[in-house]
Design a binder for this molecule. Structure first.
Ligand code: PEP
Ligand code: MN
Length: 266
């Protein structure tokens, strides 16, 4: 299997522009930004925050896979245009999610990394479309998916011709409900041992509450993961999605200051 260490010993390197994820670097790529792109002023503030830390990868969802049809669904194509503007104005690379196959080609065209959401992990229309591009893909593990099922979704993309696949662990559903999900760090150790896929950790969605995100981020850094994806919002109290888990800018600044003692977040 293409994702296995038997097939390829070295961790895959995902490279585009000045961004390098995985391979044999000791760097952890720090992807940050709001859950959803909400407005130009919001995404400008997020971009300025990233620039102040010399970070290069901005996250922001435009097609949101909400649990309720009555919640904010994202800005759609208008959001993608705002992200294009951030790339052009600030030189940032963009990761944004595809929710279903109806807009997969728009997301492929307007992103630098295509994010396949946890609920969309099994969508073969998306997986097969992503296999036909060379744009990097980050597959988020479903919250009820085994490691093997997750790696097999990656195999669909790899075997279809796209070498640039990373896995994101974002927490599993367990009996516990004090935290939103349960971050599977054992699974991360497995992925690192047996697969050649870069591994990106999402403590924000796992925890569901901002208070736990800094400690979890540091724990992930200590595991030597290839990347982190953190939700941060200029004013989380008014965020249109995932308000409780997004860090504010002060919290993010404090987190960034604490990381050099553990590893290189770039
Ligand atoms: C997100 O990244 O905002 C998101 C919806 O994540 P997930 O697919 O892991 O729920
Ligand atoms: Mn979110």
């Amino acid at each position: 299997q293409l994702a296995s260490r038997e097939y390829q010993k070295e961790t895959r390197t995902i490279q585009f522009g000045n961004v390098k994820i995985g391979g044999n670097t000791n760097n952890t790529i720090m992807i940050a930004g709001p859950c959803s792109v909400e407005s130009e002023s919001q995404i400008q503030a997020s971009s300025a925050l990233l620039k102040s830390h010399n970070l290069t990868m901005l996250r922001g969802g435009c097609y949101k896979p909400r649990t309720s049809p009555y919640s904010f669904q994202g800005l759609g194509f208008n959001g993608l245009q705002l992200l294009d503007k951030m790339r052009n104005q600030h030189g940032l690379a963009i990761i944004t999610e595809v929710r279903d196959a109806t807009h997969v080609h728009e997301v492929i065209e307007h992103s630098d990394i295509i994010q396949i959401g946890a609920k969309a992990m099994y969508d073969q229309g998306i997986l097969r479309a992503c296999a036909k591009t060379h744009k990097p893909v980050m597959i988020k593990r479903g919250f009820g998916s085994t490691l093997q099922e997750t790696v097999q979704c990656a195999e669909f993309v790899l075997s279809g011709g796209n070498d640039n696949v990373a896995i994101c662990e974002r927490g599993l559903r367990t009996f516990e409900n004090k935290t939103r999900f349960t971050l599977d760090l054992c699974g991360v150790a497995y992925l690192k041992e047996y697969t050649n896929l870069p591994v990106i950790l999402d403590p924000s969605h796992a925890m569901g509450h901002a208070y736990g995100v800094p400690d979890l981020t540091r724990a992930c850094m200590a595991m030597g993961v290839d990347g982190l994806i953190i939700e941060v919002h200029p004013d989380p109290s008014v965020a249109k999605s995932d308000a409780s888990q997004q860090l504010n800018h002060d919290q993010f600044n404090a987190l960034m200051q604490s990381l050099p003692a553990i590893g290189n977040a770039v």
